[in-house]
Every structure is written in structure tokens, then in C-alpha cells.
Design a protein. Structure first.
Length: 413
């Protein structure tokens, strides 16, 4: 039996990064870049107006009180996309729209609301009601980014906010790491799919659905293969249908029961890295690699108890799935919180207790879920973290500080 940390190291060290693929910008959202992306142009491409108003050449001696200098002849209009950029002289102004390039000679833009227009004979003029300053309302070339700046790094998650700056550089497709295809298998004569009528002493397979949703949330592509009977031939048949994947996750059949055949089947088809981990819950945890389709496929054999499944997914499987697709932040966020009630660990193993962490007056307080049974599914809806209780530590008293791996930070302010 190996320690919790040893199991994590073995899994992560053996996880292989998937090959990159080129996808459209929209399809790259929430994917992880496999390349450094540098700017190809300056943004803005040229000096342009940040306001609808009037562009003109501001003299050093300009004062609003001097009526003789506060009168500019309007010589035209300028809109975004216009192909001709005019030049203005002293005493002239051009009506300009937001985003239009600054005309040659202009060094200031006054907003329309701070200007008054009037007619003298056949010409239009403008004067200003506020005192302008050099450079007012001009967006300078390259003020956002300049050619050669790194805007996306390898392993960076592409957020919707990043799409804008990539697209602004004229890039319509980028290279990202492939999403891992994860096959999901359950075993057990007592299991039936949700939606099917229960027979006497049968139960619904909740593990496959919870595993699939966690895989999807982590960026993987889940494929529920089915439910194998507690028979070697049935397990082998279902495994053959799971080989076209980047990893296989199986729930149940990994312990020492008379019909727990997973270990035997996997041993015949590949290499077992470890079988038992010194944790509570989740001790019967098998990690191996099986051969299929000309490659070595990671195989995660999880217990049948739903809480054990979710704990092992959070701590071990999800980090591996994240690493496959190039994520630089594979581990759950770890915080230090204070217990408001004691935790009793009767297993003597490294226990990961479900807790709910709240921010109370700036202090993180962890409230343990009192029923530690590995079948209590509802405990996860009342928790947002796993508190790390060291092995051979029977009681952690109220007031103790404890390390917590947060799997849902939505309720932590």
C-alpha cells in the first residue's frame, strides 16, 4: 500500500501530454494553447479618435478666453474606414467620428458636446466651450500592444476575453492541445442505467454519470461504454469497446471480493502501477496501463462507493486529465482553514474528510460533514472541500488549522 502523495506522483509523472491540433478561435475557448502567440500588428494600428468630435491643431498659446484663436474652419468630415486621410492647417478642424484615424497635423480632439458650430457666409466654423489639452481624446498607435509582444503562452487557458486580442491580430485559428477522450465503465450485476425500471435488489448506476460530468467539466470528452457484469468475459468485452480512448475509468470490482475481477483482467492486458493507497475513502484504487490500438492506455480502477469515486476523481483522475490537455494548473486550490467541529478518523489512514468552508468575517472556517460513510452521496452537495487528516491522527479538535483542497469555491467569498 502506497501513500496518497506517492500515488499522485506516479499518476502525474506517467501522464502524457496529448498532441496539438489546430482549431478555429471560437472552438479554442477553454482549451489550452500549445504555442506562444505573439502580436503581428500594433493596436491601435494608427492614432485614432476616442470620441465623436472635432480634430484640430492645438497651438501652445491657445486660451479659451482668446476669442480670436477659438474659431476653427470645418474643412470636412472623417469616418472609420475612409480611405483618404486629409491634412489640416492652423485654424482648421475636421469633424471626426470615434475610431477614425487622426488627420495629418491634428494633435487634439474635442468632443461634440464641448463644441459649438456656426455659419459665416458659406463656411462652417466651430468653437470650443472647454479648454483643450494636447493629445486629448487621441488613442495612440500601439498603446494596447505593439508588434512582437507575447499575448498567449503555452499552457494558457484561452478565455473568451483572450479571443478578442487574438482576433485583433488577424489570427483566425490557433494550435491547442487535444481534448482527451475518456471511456467510462461500471461493473456490477446489481447496476442498471438511470431511466430503466428497477428490479428487486438492483440499483441505479450513478457513478458513470458523475464521472462523465466531472470529466466534461475538466475539459475531457466522456464516453460511457456501459455496465459490465461481474464476469471476466463481460469485463473484457466492455474493455475492448473502450480502447479507442486516451484513458479508461472503471468503477467497482477492484477490491478483494469473490467477484472483483478488474485487477485480474487488467493484469492480463497490461501493467499494474499500484493497487492500494493509504487513504480514506478510496483505499482499493487501481492504476495501471493496458495495451490497445497500438498504445498504452491509462486505466483508473475506482471503488464502487460513490463518495470514494468522487474523492479519487478530484485528487487523482482530474489532475491527470488536465495535464493531458496542457493545463498548467492541474491541482485543486489548497487553502488553510480552521475547524469549527472536531474530525474523528477511525481508519488510521490519510483521511480526506468532506467539509464546507465559509469565509466568516475574513476567516476561513471549515465545517466537517459528520457522516463519513463512503455511500453518502448527499455529503458532496453539502461540502466544497476535502480536509487532509494525516494518517494515525485519530482526532483533529475544533479550532485546529487544517489543509483543505477546494473543489467548489462558489460559496467561498
Amino acid at each position: 500500500m502506497i501513500s496518497a502523495n506517492e500515488a499522485k506522483n506516479i499518476i502525474i509523472d506517467s501522464t502524457i501530454l496529448l498532441d496539438p491540433e489546430k482549431v478555429s478561435l471560437v472552438d479554442s475557448t477553454n482549451r489550452f494553447s500549445s504555442e506562444n502567440i505573439k502580436t503581428k500588428i500594433n493596436l491601435p494600428l494608427w492614432d485614432n479618435s476616442s470620441m465623436d468630435g472635432f480634430a484640430f491643431k492645438l497651438k501652445e498659446n491657445f486660451e479659451l478666453k482668446n476669442e480670436s484663436v477659438n474659431q476653427f474652419k470645418i474643412i470636412g468630415s472623417l469616418f472609420p474606414g475612409d480611405s483618404y486621410l486629409p491634412k489640416i492647417k492652423d485654424g482648421e478642424a475636421i469633424k471626426i467620428m470615434t475610431g477614425a484615424p487622426i488627420p495629418y497635423g491634428a494633435n487634439c480632439v474635442i468632443p461634440i458636446e464641448n463644441a459649438k458650430t456656426f455659419e459665416i457666409e458659406d463656411s462652417s466654423y466651430v468653437l470650443f466651450t472647454t479648454n483643450p489639452k494636447l493629445g486629448d481624446n487621441i488613442r495612440r498607435k500601439g498603446s494596447d500592444f505593439i508588434i512582437g509582444e507575447n499575448i498567449i503562452s503555452i499552457g494558457q487557458k484561452i478565455r473568451p476575453y483572450d479571443i478578442a486580442k487574438i482576433a485583433a491580430n488577424g489570427i483566425d485559428a490557433i494550435k491547442v492541445y487535444s481534448r482527451p477522450k475518456i471511456s467510462i465503465l461500471a461493473t456490477g450485476n446489481e447496476l442498471v442505467k438511470p431511466g430503466v425500471k428497477l428490479n428487486k435488489y438492483t440499483i441505479y448506476d450513478s457513478n458513470s454519470l458523475s464521472i462523465a460530468s466531472m470529466v466534461k467539466e475538466a475539459g475531457g470528452i466522456p464516453n460511457i461504454v456501459g455496465i459490465a457484469k461481474d464476469e471476466i468475459s463481460s469485463i473484457e468485452s466492455n474493455l475492448r469497446n473502450a480502447l479507442d480512448s486516451d484513458a479508461i475509468i472503471c468503477s467497482a470490482g477492484v477490491s478483494v471480493g469473490d467477484r472483483d475481477y478488474i485487477k485480474d483482467v487488467v493484469k492480463d492486458q497490461g501493467k499494474i502501477n499500484f493497487w492500494a493507497v493509504n487513504i480514506q475513502p478510496g483505499k482499493p484504487f487501481l492504476y495501471s496501463h493496458i495495451q490497445g490500438r497500438g498504445k498504452s492506455i491509462p486505466f483508473f480502477g475506482l471503488p464502487g462507493n460513490p463518495v470514494s469515486v468522487m474523492v479519487l476523481m478530484i485528487k487523482y483522475v482530474i489532475p491527470s486529465i488536465k495535464k493531458m490537455q496542457g493545463d498548467n494548473n492541474i491541482n485543486p486550490k489548497t487553502i488553510i482553514a480552521k475547524l469549527d467541529e472536531q474530525i474523528v478518523n477511525n481508519s488510521k489512514r490519510n483521511m480526506f474528510a468532506r467539509v464546507k468552508v465559509k469565509n466568516i468575517d475574513g476567516e476561513l472556517i471549515a465545517s466537517p460533514y459528520q457522516n463519513h460513510g463512503s455511500h453518502i452521496i448527499s455529503s458532496f452537495s453539502e461540502s466544497n472541500g476535502l480536509a487532509n487528516v494525516p494518517e494515525n491522527c485519530k482526532i483533529l479538535k475544533a479550532g485546529a488549522e487544517i489543509e483543505v483542497e477546494v473543489f467548489d469555491n462558489s460559496n467561498i467569498l
